[in-house]
Design a protein around this ligand. Structure first.
Ligand code: GLU
Length: 295
């Protein structure tokens, strides 16, 4: 009981500080931006998402968007059905990424803001010179009050092998570490972190706050499965949490079904699971990434 009261107090204190965050990364999964019936883009949701981000920018905060959906969008454009070869997925990404970016640029400009595209690979992050260049570009864009829109460069990253980041949960945490952001918001089709998948296990319990990413938590994440649309289940979200919190950022996992949740989170309201920043000076995110997918 005492523990419960203490935890509740910590959640409230942490949430109250979210309004002071200065550099925010928002990741949104493809399932949150598509019509479930057809898989086509939901322009209304994209519009609200961009409006939310422009409003953050208008408050003088830096904001970065990491949306998924390049491959899905290319697939829709080509009218092809799975199973896909690696080359087909890469071709889909080439088409879909350009389509997505065109749409984002148009909507951002409706709100008088500039969007910029940054495509990263695992190799870019690992190579010192490339990483430094990426960092400089991010910092320059943010200083210019531009909103970077980031994805993995899926057209040249080789899927299903070691040389890929592979999911945008992890990618968004890498971006958070790279730019020294102080908040990462992960939006997906689930309200937050549960002890198991609540859609399959009605006994699954909601976890409002994570102060430490324990082995117990990691094994829970491994056992649960994710949405059928994107690639990120709970496991990738916990990997993201490690990278983000050890690099000094708080992280929130929330439901992107209503994208207005973004400003509600930043106002400190009770949405999603909050992961407390836990900077570890021995944590080297480039080494961590180097070991991703290496068993
Ligand atoms: N980079 C992939 C895409 O844009 C998404 C990976 C993911 O779903 O997390 O299609």
């Amino acid at each position: 009981m005492e523990n419960e009261i203490r935890r509740q107090k910590t959640v409230e204190e942490l949430r109250a500080k979210l309004k002071d965050k200065k550099r925010i990364v928002v990741k949104i999964g493809s399932s949150s931006l598509q019509h479930p019936e057809t898989g086509d883009l939901d322009y209304t949701k994209m519009d609200i998402l961009v409006r939310e981000l422009c409003n953050i920018r208008n408050q003088g905060k830096d904001v970065i968007l990491v949306p998924s959906g390049a491959i899905g969008c290319g697939r829709k454009a080509l009218h092809i059905k799975p199973p896909f070869t690696i080359a087909q997925k890469q071709a889909c990404a080439a088409i879909g990424q350009a389509r997505l970016m065109t749409t984002y640029q148009r909507i951002f400009s409706e709100y008088n803001h500039q969007a910029a595209q940054i495509l990263l690979t695992k190799n870019t992050i690992e190579a010192d010179l490339n990483r430094k260049n990426a960092q400089n570009t991010f910092n320059e864009l943010l200083a210019m009050e531009v909103i970077p829109v980031v994805n993995e460069n899926d057209t040249i990253s080789t899927f299903e092998v070691e040389d890929v980041i592979g999911d945008n949960d992890t990618l968004s945490a890498i971006v958070t570490a790279l730019v020294g952001a102080d908040l990462l918001i992960l939006l997906s089709d689930i309200d937050g972190l549960y002890t198991d998948d609540p859609r399959r296990n009605p006994a699954a319990k909601y976890i409002p706050i994570v102060e430490d990413i324990t082995d117990e938590l990691l094994s829970m994440g491994k056992a649960s499965t994710g949405s059928s649309v994107g690639t990120g289940g709970m496991e990738t979200k916990l990997t993201a949490a490690k990278i983000a919190t050890y690099s000094g950022a708080d992280m929130v996992i929330a439901n992107g079904g209503d994208v207005r949740v973004i400003h509600r989170i930043i106002e400190g309201r009770d949405y999603g699971t909050i992961f407390k920043a836990n900077r570890d000076k021995n944590f080297n995110f480039t080494d961590f990434i180097d070991n991703l997918h290496r068993a």
